[in-house]
Design a protein around this ligand. Structure first.
Ligand code: PGA
Length: 223
């Protein structure tokens, strides 16, 4: 059984969500499915037979933080998971490794399972970047967490790393974070999902664009 998470980013709408929920409810995957829609759409998943996650959360539960999403309220709204440290959060919103670690603690304290994204911009710096991004998480025993290896150069490009590269990165994570689920993300589609999910140490996939194409996503979740 694999974990298949989908990050809709700032895409999808109300009508699409209704159709998506109906269609995905009609198939019976043996894998764990986690949809991470924009926060505004979370309430539309009430009848969904699978799991829901957020794409981000704040590091405090409540207070004067206009525009932020509380991990406690995300949990109350039905989220079980939250993506943290996605490369778009890191590059566009300047989230640092320490900020992501604070968010991880807040998420875990509110019974959300964080899906922590790590990955390099340039394959030449893979080890160095992974080491730096993981560092805050290695200071104390990890609570519940999932890590996703998402090489930035593979996100939305249609280019995936070789099997050797992905297995190297996943083993690198495994040796540091231990026995928590590890996902691969970056240009996963209906054609490559089954193969990548069989790589050593791959416990699942984090899907971007293909999570918004209903027929293709069905193919992925039925691997
Ligand atoms: P992609 O995105 O599958 O469209 O490459 C992956 C992600 O950003 O998590």
């Amino acid at each position: 059984m694999k974990i298949i998470a989908a990050n809709w980013k700032m895409n999808g709408d109300f009508e699409f969500t209704d159709r998506f929920v109906r269609e995905i409810n009609s198939v019976a995957p043996k894998n764990v499915i986690v949809i991470c829609p924009p926060a505004i759409l979370i309430g539309k998943f009430r009848d969904f037979r699978h799991q829901i996650g957020a794409q981000n959360c704040f590091w405090k539960e409540s207070g004067a933080f206009t525009g932020e999403n509380s991990p406690r309220l995300l949990r109350e709204a039905g989220c079980r998971y939250v993506i943290l440290g996605h490369s778009e959060r890191r590059s566009i919103f300047h989230e640092t490794d320490d900020i992501i670690f604070e968010k991880y603690k807040a998420a875990a304290a509110n019974d959300l399972i964080p899906i922590i994204c790590v990955g390099e911009k340039d394959p030449k710096n893979r080890e160095e970047v992974l080491e730096r991004q993981l560092a805050p998480f290695l200071k104390e025993p990890l609570r519940k967490a999932i890590f996703a290896y998402e090489p930035v150069w593979s996100i939305g490009t249609g280019i995936t790393p070789t099997r050797d590269e992905t297995e190297f990165a996943l083993e690198f994570l495994r040796n540091r974070v231990g026995d928590v689920p590890l996902l691969y993300g970056g240009s996963v589609n209906g054609e490559n999902a089954a193969g990548i999910s069989q790589y050593k140490n791959a416990d699942g996939l984090l899907v971007g664009g293909a999570g918004l194409k209903i027929e293709e996503f069905k193919k992925i979740i039925l691997i």
